[in-house]
Design a protein around this ligand. Structure first.
Ligand code: PMT
Length: 228
């Protein structure tokens, strides 16, 4: 018999970085390659889900069976997420969303100014995409990531509570060969349960395998939540 625990479910996944323009030729961004989010999309499709993958600018092929929605900025990703969030049972935010954007991107290319050593950019906060999805009255089961360089568990627990998530996938992005851009990753999963919290430690492994483990756990928790 086929092993398809996500049959009949729609899953929305965000992946990759966002790009926040400073002027027509420059932007603020980060080192996310999209590999982790694309691995989640491929795993969800293999487990039987209908998958919408909202992707920032990355150089990856779309996994087979996945519907891809390309975006650039955090605000575009936010709008795409809310267009699709009402249709899904499970939402996974793996994108490395820029927390800030330029308050007023320049219309023309910024010029180097003679006689001034510095340049001050004014930034404003971007919307928190995953927190706003978790705040919807028709909220899906919401899984967020936490990218940390220290105090992994404490910061992850704080994100679980503060963003109103059901589960958090915490990864230490300072570890050599793991995290941003790498083919492998490791994570600590934390999730809410009726009686407190559950957790699982996922050791370093290829992102494809880690993605499947995260999905299986999220699907199990989603099923348990529906029953209660
Ligand atoms: O793409 P790869 O190269 O494969 O690397 C994978 C990864 C390291 C990017 C991935 O495993 C990861 O950790 N993704 C989350 C990165 C991040 O931005 O984490 P954060 O701790 O800053 O954000 C916490 C959560 O809030 C995340 O689910 C994020 O998607 C979400 N968020 C953050 C800010 C914002 N404005 N809106 C959001 O939805």
């Amino acid at each position: 018999p086929e092993d398809r625990p996500a049959d009949g479910l729609t899953v929305v996944i965000t992946a990759g970085p966002t790009r926040e323009p400073l002027d027509p030729v420059r932007y603020l961004s980060n080192h996310s390659s999209g590999k982790m989010g694309f691995a989640l999309a491929a795993a969800a499709a293999a487990l039987g889900a209908r998958v919408h993958l909202i992707s920032g600018p990355v150089a990856l092929a779309t996994p087979i069976g996945v519907e891809r929605h390309d975006v650039e900025s955090a605000r575009e990703m936010h709008d795409a997420a809310h267009r699709l969030a009402g249709e899904c049972a499970l939402f996974i935010g793996c994108a490395a969303v820029a927390d800030y954007r330029a308050e007023a991107p320049a219309e023309h290319k910024l010029k180097k100014r003679e006689g001034e050593d510095g340049l001050t950019l004014r930034l404003v906060k971007n919307p928190d995409i995953i927190a706003s999805v978790a705040a919807r009255p028709d909220r899906p089961y919401v899984v967020g990531f936490a990218a940390e360089t220290r105090d992994l568990e404490a910061y992850a627990r704080d994100k679980l509570a503060r963003k109103g998530l059901d589960m958090v996938v915490a990864n230490d992005v300072s570890r050599q060969g793991l995290g941003f851009g790498a083919d492998d990753n490791a994570a600590l999963l934390l999730w809410r349960e009726a009686e407190g919290e559950g957790q699982e430690d996922l050791p370093p492994q290829p992102k494809a395998r880690l993605a499947e483990a995260v999905l299986r756990r999220a699907l199990e928790r989603l099923a348990a939540t529906d029953r209660s």
